[in-house]
Design a protein around this ligand. Structure first.
Ligand code: 5CA
Length: 447
């Protein structure tokens, strides 16, 4: 993309309404614009990152054997009356009536809708196990929407639902989700720690939240510091291997780690004092096993191997896709702006032309641009007439992990400058080598 043709409405001033750094940078970098309280338009740069996060979530869910689909945002109140949650959900639910006076609602989650789909089409244990998921907008009429996309009213969530014959099978589904979430967050450059939590309006008392530690987080958490040393990394995992998934769950949940809702001071005291931590965290996901809560209420039964009809065991599993943008920025920024991890960056590399209009500099930039594009990478080329200082400030603010600076002086010696946004370190090297370096970083074979 050429910056001269892009839509990147960068703000010079810090917006006064933004209280936390991720919200400030998302507004300043022209990623989002508030449409009304807790509801945002996703401008091109923000939209790109949102799509990248979605892609990682999809890839990891499909890898775990879960099946993508799409359910609507608007739902009929009748299904929620069946589960009993229409009255329970309270003021957070946005209730609407259509022209015929039918009660509708903007879905805050989808347990009812998916259970209805399941009971309409599945009646035998032979069709199990089954895990369906979608990535769809949700609406919760939060009393205090704040911090930009972090606590929105309209927000994008991945929600997945497993249907199993037995509790053991459903717990395996729970473990599969835990593993796939660890992988997903690490690919986004985040450490998200599973912590024992509370079921809330979803239900069930077996649930973990995934928390990214950050001072601006809304949750208070207590944990054994040893847990922060754990990494999933690139180990192989067979999602059908029950013991292997169980072992990962045990590895990541055996140490003390709880949100304030389930915090147990007596148990916490057993952790050696030097390792006891209390901190703030951002909840970026939650997994639940709730047994037959919805299947019993809504008659989602299957015929078991013995011919008896039994309600299925279920769980639901959510990732806060839009909230993750805020969480990633909270975890990865400096005083100049955002620092995107390679896995989610909106453009792979920025190209800064120090002297737009200079024939040699223009040609060198064009050549870099073409090389990256041919390799399937997306460069953002600043071909505007802005001063060099302004160009650098914009690149630093929008946080592309790599920048190539091209100017007449360097070109005389046959070199450009490659700069890491994270470390600030720069290196001069011939353009072809800069391309090779970047392609290697993104795991592609260079030309
Ligand atoms: N049905 C279950 C799992 S699919 C469910 O709704 N779980 S949840 O309530 O925990 O939401 C899942 C994730 O959505 C949360 O972990 C959080 O990351 C994100 N989320 C929840 N509320 C908001 C909100 N108001 N703004 C942005 N993200 C939110």
């Amino acid at each position: 993309m050429r910056l001269s043709r892009y839509f990147l409405p960068v703000l010079k001033e810090t917006p006064s309404e933004a209280q936390i750094v991720s919200h400030r940078y998302m507004l300043r970098a022209g990623m989002i614009k508030q449409a009304s309280a807790g509801i945002y338009s996703w401008l091109p740069l923000g939209y790109k990152v949102l799509r990248n996060i979605e892609r990682i979530v999809h890839e990891e869910q499909v890898r775990a054997g879960h099946i993508p689909m799409l359910m609507p945002t608007l739902q009929s109140a009748d299904l929620w009356r069946e589960s009993g949650r229409y009255d329970d959900y309270g003021e957070e639910m946005l209730r609407i009536s259509d022209r015929h006076g039918r009660d509708m609602l903007y879905g805050p989650t989808n347990e009812e809708l998916i259970t209805d789909i399941f009971r309409s089409h599945v009646s035998s244990y032979r069709d199990l196990p089954l895990t369906l998921y979608h990535i769809q907008w949700k609406f919760r009429d939060e009393i205090r929407p704040r911090f930009g996309v972090m606590r929105g009213r309209e927000f994008l969530m991945k929600d997945g639902y497993n249907f199993d014959l037995t509790k053991e099978d459903a717990l395996h589904a729970y473990n599969r989700h835990l593993v796939s979430y660890l992988r997903s967050y690490e690919r986004m450059g985040l450490q998200a720690i599973p912590m024992r939590a509370d079921g809330g309006p979803i239900g069930g008392d077996y649930t973990h939240e995934f928390l990214v530690l950050a001072e601006t987080g809304e949750s208070e958490v207590f944990y054994d510091s040893e847990i922060t040393d754990l990494k999933f990394g690139d180990r192989e995992i067979d999602y059908d291997d029950v013991a292997q998934c169980q072992a990962v769950l045990e590895e990541f949940t055996s140490r003390y780690a709880r949100t304030d809702e389930t915090h147990d001071a007596a148990l916490f005291d057993k952790v050696p004092e030097a390792r006891r931590r209390s901190a703030r965290g951002i909840e970026v996901g939650q997994i639940f096993y709730f047994g037959t809560k919805y299947s019993e209420a809504m008659g989602a039964n299957v015929q078991g191997p013995d011919g008896k009809s039994v309600p299925v065991h279920m769980g639901s599993h959510g990732i806060g896709v839009s909230r993750l943008l805020g969480a990633i920025i909270e975890a990865s920024h400096d005083e100049k702006g955002i620092i995107w991890p390679e896995g989610v960056t909106p453009f792979h590399v920025g190209i800064v032309n120090l002297k737009t209009g200079d024939a040699e500099a223009d040609a060198a930039c064009e050549s870099l641009y073409k090389s990256f594009t041919a390799l399937g990478l997306e460069p953002l080329y600043d071909d505007t007439n802005e001063r060099a200082g302004g160009k650098f400030a914009t690149m630093d603010l929008i946080g592309l992990p790599w920048r190539i600076t091209v100017g007449p002086r360097g070109l005389k010696n046959g070199v450009v400058e490659l700069t890491s946004r994270r470390t600030g370190e720069s290196e001069e090297l011939p353009p072809e080598q800069a391309v090779a370096r970047i392609t290697a970083i993104y795991g592609l074979a260079s030309a």
